[in-house]
Design a protein. Sequence first.
Length: 501
Amino acid sequence: MFENTPLLSMLIWWPIVAACLLLFGNKFCPESIIKKWAVLASLAELLMCIPLYQNFDTNSYAMQFQEVRNWIPTYGIHYALGIDGISLALILLTAFTTFIVVVASCKLVKHNIAQYMAVFLIAQAMMIGVFAALDAILFYVFWEAMLIPMYLAIGIWGDKQRAYAAIKFFILMFLGSVLMLVAILYLHQVTNSFEITKFYELVLPRHTELWLFAAFFIAFAIKLPLWPLHTWLLDMHTESPAAGSVVLAGLMLKIGVYGFVRFSLPILPMANKIMAPTMIVLALIAIIYVGMMALVQQDMKKLMAYSSIAHMGFAVLGCFMIYSMGSDEAYMSFEGAVVQMIAHAFNTGGLFLAVGMMQYWIGSRNLKDWGGLAKTMPIFAAFMMLFALSNVGFPGTSGFVGEFMVIVAAFHTNFGVALLAATTLVIAAAYTLIMYKKIFFGQMTNHKVTLLKDIGMHEIFVFGLLSAAIIFIGIYPQGLLEILHASVGHLLSNSLAFNSI
C-alpha cells in the first residue's frame, strides 16, 4: 500500500508546511487556535510514522523507503532519501519528542506563540532530513539548516544571556560543519558520487583516512558534544527555553553520534581503529569528570546539561569499544550505544521539561530556592522520581538498558574500562538523587513554593507519555533491538573491515 508513497518526504515537508500555515494564520487566529493547530500538526507527523514502522523490514539492512530525484544534475547531486533501522528509530524518536515539546509548550510560552511553534516544527523537519538523507550534500544542507531554528529559539525566547549563547552555538557548529563539507567534497572527488553508501566501498590510504577522520571528528564531536568541545552546551541549556533544552538534549546531541555512525565508522575503518583508544579516553572523561562536575551544580539546568554530556559519553564508548571486541560483544556494545541515545531522550527530556516548568512557576531554577514539594505536589514528585531513576540507570527503566549493554560488553574485553564506565552509575545516582532530595524533601523556605498546587491533566498527559516510553523500553527493549539488529550488523561489517590490521 505504501510502496510508492513518498513517506519520508511527507515527514520532512509536512512540518514545514504546517509551520508556514501557523505563521500565516497568526494574523487572523486567536492563540488557542494556533496552539491547537500546532498540536494537531505534530500529532499528524507522529501518526505518519506508523506506516513507516509497520512496513519496515527488520530483517533487511538495506536502505528502505528510498526516494531518488535529480536535484542539481550538473554536479551529480540528488534528492535521495532512505532509512535503515538506526535511522527509523531516530525518526520515531524525533516525531515523538517534538509532539511532547509542542504539547508542553502550550502552557510554557508567553509571547510569539505561532513563531515559537513554527521554529520547533521546522527544526523537526530538518532533523528528520538528516536521519533520512542518502546524498551527502543533502545531508549537509539539512545539517546546517537545523541550526537556524535552534538559533532563533534560543535568541528570541531564551534568558538574559541568550544572544551570547545563540551566537556561540551557531559559530562553533558552522566552523565544524565547514570541515565536514571539505571531507565530503574529497570523498566525492574519489568516488565521483555524493551517494553516502558509495563512500562505504572506498579503500583509502591510512594517512588519508586519518585526515578525513579529523575533519569528521571536529564536526561530530562539537555537535555531540564530546569533552573538551562541550562548553557551548552549558550556555545553550542555561539560556534556552524548556522546549529548546528538550530538543537539544533529546535530539540534537544524538545527531553528533549519528554522524559517527553514518560517516566515520563505516567509511574510515582503519582510522577509527587507530583512534579508538583516544575516543575511549575522551568518552571516559566525559562519563567521569563531567559527571563529577554535575555534583557541584546549584543551577538545575546546568546540572542536567553536564548529565547529558556524561550520558552521551556512554554512546561514544559503545561505538568505539567495538575494535577490541569479538562479534557478539561488538553487537551488544554498538546496539547499547544506540539504545542509550534513544533512552537518554526520555528521561532527560522529562527532567528538562520539569525544570522548565519549575522556572516558569516561580522564576528560579536554583536548588536553594526549592524544597518540600513532596507534600504539596505528590503527583509531580512521582513523575520526577521515575525520570530520576531512569537517569541513574535503575533496572526496569530505559536508562538502564543501554548502559548495561555497553558495560557488559566492555567487561568481556577490558575490565578496567568497564569498571571506570560503571562509576557513572554511582556518580549519576549521587547528583540526581541529591537534586531530587533538595527539591522534594528539603526545607521549604521560599514563600512562592508554598503557594504552588500539584500539576494538572495537561502536565500529567505530557509526563505520562514520557513515563510510558521509559517503562516500555526498560521492560521490553527487544522491540527496539529488533529494529536495530540487521542495520547494526551491516555497519559493523563495514566498520570492522580492517580489524585485523
